[in-house]
Design a protein around this ligand. Structure first.
Ligand code: PSU
Ligand code: MN
Length: 307
């Protein structure tokens, strides 16, 4: 189970991912913050396992990424996945502190930004998640803008999500992505999705309707010398969505609670997701799991098309 990329970086591939890389098979990266900070146990473990199974079903290999005791793992075996899903003290790692966790031998889950960095380093070009971080509502006061957006502009990985989380300011999030030159492609729809809901009320900047077309677009960007990632927005399946008007009620209440409880920084997104989970009696979690599964399937199809 050891195949370090360099003698200096403690990076370890799972057997499955190492074998896939050796035969140039398609690999899809998965983040771990969604496991440790995005969903409660045991729903988080069910989600992590089912997403990996879907990727295998589609002919690709899943690589869940996390730092465990200072080692950057590219792919987790089931025992490690289970242990991580039960951990409560994991750090939430982004560009700023991914190397810190490795240097200090800590355990940390990777956000979209940190997962992109690790995936790119490991030669993986496609990544599936739930929803990216973005510009928070009231960002003009708090300056809270996720490092995910900056990472998308610099690191050449295709990130498949279900849109920006509706707890965010979606118009401002799309503006920042445009400014940073990140293509936002909605899969098979011209409406940009809002995570739990299929419709954010905003038009998608770009639209494509096949995995091959998405793979081709990113390949052409490479050939042009335009670096950076691509955001693919994949609307949640109709049967699992929660309508935007209904979500807005929970979101407004969760945001009020966050202000009351003086939540800031990295704690904001996990706090909001958890309070919405409780307000909806777990229905938001079911939707969240369905959308990640849907994204894993599309990401695997894109990885296969790229290979
Ligand atoms: N998508 C989910 N659940 C999550 C996240 C995404 O369905 O918990 C995580 C991702 O790891 C994302 C992070 O990078 O939330 C954004 O956090 P912040 O807003 O603090 O940048
Ligand atoms: Mn933030």
């Amino acid at each position: 189970m050891t195949k370090p990329f360099s003698p200096f970086l403690p990076m370890e591939y799972s057997d499955e991912v190492a074998a896939a890389k050796a035969r140039n098979a398609p690999v899809v990266a998965l983040e771990s913050t969604i496991i440790t900070h995005g969903m409660p146990y045991p729903g988080n473990l069910d989600m992590a396992r089912s997403v990996e199974a879907i990727i295998r079903e589609e002919g690709a290999v899943p690589a869940t990424i996390a730092v465990i005791d200072g080692v950057l793992h590219i792919g987790l075996d089931d025992a490690k996945l289970e242990a991580l899903s039960r951990t409560s003290g994991a750090m939430k790692l982004s560009r700023a502190d991914l190397a810190f966790a490795i240097a200090e031998r800590r355990t940390g889950a990777t956000t979209v930004a940190a997962t992109m960095i690790a995936a790119y380093r490991a030669g993986i070009r496609v990544f599936a998640t739930g929803g990216i971080g973005g510009v928070h509502r009231r960002a003009e006061e708090t300056f809270d803008i996720s490092a995910d957006l900056e990472e998308l502009s610099r690191t050449g990985v295709i990130v498949v999500c279900a849109g920006a989380k509706a707890i965010l300011d979606i118009p401002k999030t799309l503006e920042v992505l445009e400014t940073r030159g990140v293509p936002v492609v909605t899969y098979d729809s011209d409406i940009f999705p809002a995570f739990w809901s299929r419709d954010s009320g905003l038009k998608s900047p770009l639209m494509l309707n096949s995995p091959a077309a998405i793979a081709n677009f990113q390949t052409l960007r490479d050939q042009l010398g335009v670096d950076g990632g691509m955001l693919v927005a994949n609307p949640v399946p109709m049967e699992s969505e929660i309508a935007r008007e209904e979500m807005e009620i929970y979101i407004t209440r969760a945001l009020d609670n966050a202000i009351r409880d003086e939540i800031s920084g990295k704690a904001v997104t996990p706090y909001l997701l958890d309070s919405i989970f409780r307000m909806t009696d777990g229905r938001s979690l079911e939707t969240n799991i369905a959308l990640v599964e849907n994204n894993a399937r599309l990401a695997a199809e894109i990885a296969v098309a790229l290979a």
